[in-house]
Design a protein around this ligand. Structure first.
Ligand SMILES: [Mg+2]
Length: 248
């Protein structure tokens, strides 16, 4: 059996397990195209009602602040007009690359529906599928650490081109544990997974995240994937495929 120089793996998603383009080329357009239909079909759903109320408050706040042209959501409109106004606001927010709670909450619901219906499938690099299988055989736990919410991470890995990968993942961390560019976050994660930091290898495409993990004592690998932003000079080990994590 291969003796690997680590006992646990911590993985970033975007630019590491999954193309950076997945979010902008697949997820965002999916939400944009489906939002009108989704709202029409789910207008009476109390959670959707809550999102619309959030969206209305956000639109008012935006109009009173930095975005005087923010499309507003009427309070006493007929269903069609309400949906039309909400769609205009959501498209406007997406064009401006906003990350408001109201937008994220609605997008999350649209993606959840899409994954459940099989019309949305998550992209994961083929070498990641293989690596997850091998780690499972070797009893090396693999964890995710992403700025996307844990719920979103589970949706993604639950609905990939190779099916449900959640049985091959030992746990999930998001920014509720701490920012990804803070060494303390990696110390906390090591503690939570009962590993010494030096026994954990963190794989990411983001140099600042790699530096933070290394400061915490973790081993690091910087993923070089097609479409990733070019990096300045650094002294972290790089990889182009997860196969490299099985060589020492
Ligand atoms: Mg990344």
């Amino acid at each position: 059996m291969t003796q690997l120089p680590y006992r646990a793996v911590l993985l970033d998603i975007e630019g590491t397990t999954t193309p950076v383009t997945f979010v902008y080329d697949v997820l965002f357009p999916y939400a944009r195209e489906r939002v009108a239909e989704f709202l029409k079909n789910n207008l009476e759903n109390p959670e959707v009602q809550r999102d619309l109320e959030l969206l209305r408050e956000q639109a008012q706040e935006d109009a009173a602040g930095d975005f005087p042209t923010a499309p507003q959501i009427p309070t006493d409109a007929a269903a069609d007009a309400l949906v039309e106004a909400a769609v205009a606001n959501i498209h406007w927010q997406m064009d401006a690359d906003r990350k408001t709670t109201a937008l994220k909450s609605l997008q999350g619901k649209i993606w959840k529906d899409g994954y459940a219906a099989g019309t949305l499938v998550a992209s994961v690099y083929p070498d990641v599928f293989n690596a997850l299988r091998r780690w499972q055989e070797l009893e090396i736990p693999a964890y995710i650490y992403s700025s996307g919410s844990i719920a979103a991470q589970k949706l993604l890995f639950g609905h990939t081109e190779e099916g449900d990968l959640r049985p091959q993942l030992a746990g999930y961390f998001d920014t509720t544990t701490g920012p990804k560019k803070n060494a303390q976050s990696y110390l906390d994660i090591a503690h939570l997974i009962h590993q010494a930091p030096e026994d954990v290898v963190f794989v990411t495409d983001n140099l600042d995240e790699a530096i933070a993990a290394a400061d915490a004592g973790m081993k690091t690998r910087v993923a070089l994937r097609p479409g990733n932003a070019p990096l300045p000079d650094h002294d972290h080990t790089t990889l182009t495929t997860f196969d490299a994590l099985f060589e020492d």
